[in-house]
Design a protein around this ligand. Structure first.
Ligand SMILES: *[C@@H]1O[C@H](CO)[C@@H](O)[C@H](O)[C@H]1NC(C)=O
Ligand SMILES: *[C@@H]1O[C@H](CO)[C@@H](O)[C@H](O)[C@H]1NC(C)=O
Length: 294
């Protein structure tokens, strides 16, 4: 194989390394790579690579400077992810995690310390992504105000009564919403920030009776700038209130119009019935005459 001198040196080095590795690190396993946090609405996964063969992973996490903890689902696991949503109890603390490469479940090893990889820091309160909210649009009767009712997205967290907590339950007054909106017929855009999940747009924001389109996203001003805004909701538009024929008239005119239509229909039916009757009378008359003479 190694015909050229250069190649011979390379070969020698390769063999040396292989021998060294076999003797010194025979019992070790590959380190986890590409370790990262994926967190949305406090659903927090720690993920890494590669898939293990003949070894397993154990995840240890801790608040910076405190004792290490484990999640029972992420001990000697063959998975490459660990759900820590409900393990990171103190949402405002900053955590780091270690992923240890260990022997498979039930296999002992002489190694005292296993190879490990340390994750980046993660702070649920500051770092979790805020998912797209849903909302309903209500136009007031006089068409001068539009109210958006935003549904605070649910989180992966539970309260003491085992009920799902919303992002409002977690963030309280830190949570605001940003609305981006514009007339359905134009590309111009305006924005409005609201501390409440009920967002009212009045004549300072909108022209009455015009169709507007809205997108909403969560907004947390206390966070670092690149993490303040959540995912944009689906775009939704208010109905366009093109006036129908009746809108300009009062109730009296409407009732009058309906009466008029009814009268016309009634007359039409009456005329049809009368015509038919007369026609069948004449028919009967013609045919009836010879019968009577028999
Ligand atoms: C880590 O990520 C890089 C870039 O995405 C990729 O090329 C590499 O294969 C990954 N490592 C593992 C062990 O999958
Ligand atoms: C895993 O271990 C088994 C038994 O110890 C061995 O036969 C197999 O070749 C190993 N597989 C890999 C990919 O190392």
């Amino acid at each position: 194989m190694c015909k050229v001198l250069k190649m011979k040196v390379m070969c020698f080095l390769t063999i040396l390394c292989t021998v060294l590795f076999t003797y010194c690190f025979a019992d070790t396993y590959p380190r986890a790579q590409n370790v990262s946090w994926f967190s949305i609405n406090f659903k927090t996964l720690l993920m890494w690579e590669p898939k293990p063969t003949n070894y397993s992973y154990t995840v240890e996490f801790s608040v910076i400077g405190e004792n290490r903890q484990k999640n029972p689902h992420c001990i000697r696991t063959l998975q490459t992810e660990c759900d820590l949503s409900n393990s990171l109890k103190d949402l405002k603390a900053t955590y780091s995690a270690d992923i240890l490469s260990e022997p498979p479940y039930g296999v002992n090893s002489d190694l005292v310390e296993f190879p490990h990889t340390t994750s980046e820091w993660f702070n649920p309160y500051k770092d979790t992504l805020l998912g797209r909210p849903e909302f309903k649009i209500k136009v007031s009767e006089d068409k001068r105000t539009i109210t958006l009712y935003v549904e605070d997205p649910p989180t992966a967290l539970f309260n003491e009564k085992d009920q799902t907590r919303t992002i409002r339950d977690v963030f309280g007054d830190d949570l605001q919403y940003k609305v981006t909106f514009g007339k359905a017929t134009s590309t111009g855009k305006k924005t409005k920030i609201s501390a409440s999940s009920e967002i009212q747009l009045d004549r300072t924001d909108i022209d009455p009776g015009v169709s507007y389109c809205f997108s909403v996203q969560a907004y947390i001003p206390s966070r670092s700038t690149n993490k303040q805004l959540g995912e944009l909701s689906q775009r939704q538009c208010s109905p366009s209130n093109e006036k129908t024929l009746f809108d300009d008239y009062g109730i009296g005119v409407k009732v009058g119009f309906i009466l008029l239509i009814s009268t016309i229909i009634a007359v039409a039916v009456l005329v049809t019935v009368l015509c038919c009757k007369r026609r069948s009378n004449t028919k009967q008359g013609k045919e009836g005459v010879p019968l009577r003479t028999v």
